[in-house]
Design a protein around this ligand. Structure first.
Ligand SMILES: Cc1ncc(COP(=O)(O)O)c(C=O)c1O
Length: 355
């Protein structure tokens, strides 16, 4: 999957005021170990040299650990940046591609209408939204109806947590109506425990801080599974060992934003699908694919996830995002809200990025 950082001429191209795309693989490196707390790129290199193991990775934080220059195509001109500096922090955010700026500008001119209205500007806005939804769905291997536009990855991730918690509560209420009580891990039956969520200890703050809030408010129990100190990967067996009868969600990122390490999402989904057959409460699976899209193939159906987070500003779009939900409200629970087809607390939007 990963390729070593490619050597290039390293010479700067003349300043041409245009954006050149970055091949994510050109930024790849073989970063290896992480303790999940103090991981730094230079540590990764040291640890990689110390161990023969390595994981699949996508480009880390835009650094070459070896100091090798990047592929010659990446000399993006960023206004306001020092002439002698090259912007490389593509895992934080990317500049907009000229085609994106053009598409947004056209939409600002032509699709300013309310997409719910029947007159021309509204119809145009609706058409653009529909097309965009289809494009995003195709990108991640889903159907247009599976895509919910959001203000970014943080909102998408929060929508998942909220939905999984509500689905668990609903499952408890349904079991009560059937006269069932909760089957605890120790075999006893009694009151319903708090919903339990599993994450890795290297998740992005939008997940980590959300779980901290849930814990603090006593809304959910959370287990943070440590990634391997050798590979930087969360191990499937460690996740499975942490599953409880009250587990309602496993949320593990697809690629880490600091190390670029790819997590075994497909294998995890396969195992959980089997576990789910024998459970009172279904475990939902979410992956935050913010750092994977545009760098490696991302196919939600092939992975087998229920939810997948998409963050546009990691691949040349404005600072917006989307959530893939496999059959929202039917196959997979989704609990908001009011609009975006009753799926999110916001109205349809062709242009708005932050409601
Ligand atoms: C892995 C990951 N998830 C989520 C986010 C948050 O996305 P946003 O800034 O659009 O809320 C980021 C962005 O930094 C990220 O790297």
């Amino acid at each position: 999957m990963s390729e070593p950082a490619k050597a290039s001429s390293g010479t700067r191209e003349p300043r041409d005021h245009s954006h050149h795309s970055v091949d994510g693989r050109a930024l790849s490196n073989h970063s290896a170990a992480s303790d999940g707390h103090t991981f730094t790129p230079s540590r990764a290199l040291d640890d990689h040299h110390a161990h023969s193991h390595h994981s699949d990775t996508v480009g880390g934080n835009g650094h070459t650990h070896s100091g090798l220059p990047f592929d010659g195509r990446i000399h993006t001109y960023i206004p306001d940046m020092d002439e002698d500096r090259i912007y490389m922090d593509y895992n934080a955010t990317t500049p907009l591609e000229p085609q994106v700026i053009q598409a947004v500008t056209e939409a600002l001119h032509e699709a300013w209408g309310n997409p719910s209205s029947t007159y021309t500007p509204g119809v145009k806005a609706k058409k653009i939204i529909t097309q965009a939804r289809e494009n995003v769905a195709r990108m991640v291997g889903g159907k247009a109806d599976d895509i919910i536009f959001t203000s970014g990855g943080t909102e998408a991730n929060n929508l998942v947590f909220r939905s999984a918690l509500e689905a668990y509560r609903e499952s408890c209420r349904a079991a009560e109506r059937r006269g069932e009580s909760h089957h605890h891990d120790n075999g006893s039956t009694s009151a319903w425990p708090l919903p339990h969520i599993l994450v890795s200890n290297v998740e992005h703050d939008s997940v980590r801080l959300t779980t901290e809030h849930l814990l603090k408010d006593a809304t959910a129990d959370v287990t943070s599974v440590a990634v391997s100190k050798v590979t930087g990967r969360v191990e499937v067996e460690d996740v499975l060992a942490a599953v409880r009868s009250s587990t309602c969600l496993i949320s593990i990122m697809m690629a880490n934003n600091e190390t670029g390490v790819l997590m075994p999402i497909r294998e995890l989904c396969q195992r959980i699908r089997f576990v789910n057959r024998q459970r009172q409460h279904r475990i939902l699976l979410h992956t935050d694919a913010a750092q994977a899209i545009g760098k490696v193939r991302v196919d939600a159906l092939d992975l087998g996830v229920d939810y997948l987070t998409i963050v546009g500003h990691k691949f040349y779009a404005p600072r917006i995002g989307a959530l893939y939900v496999n059959g929202p409200g039917t196959t997979t629970p989704l609990y908001p809200c009011c609009l975006e087809g009753d799926r999110r607390g916001a109205s349809d939007q062709a242009l708005r990025t932050h409601p």
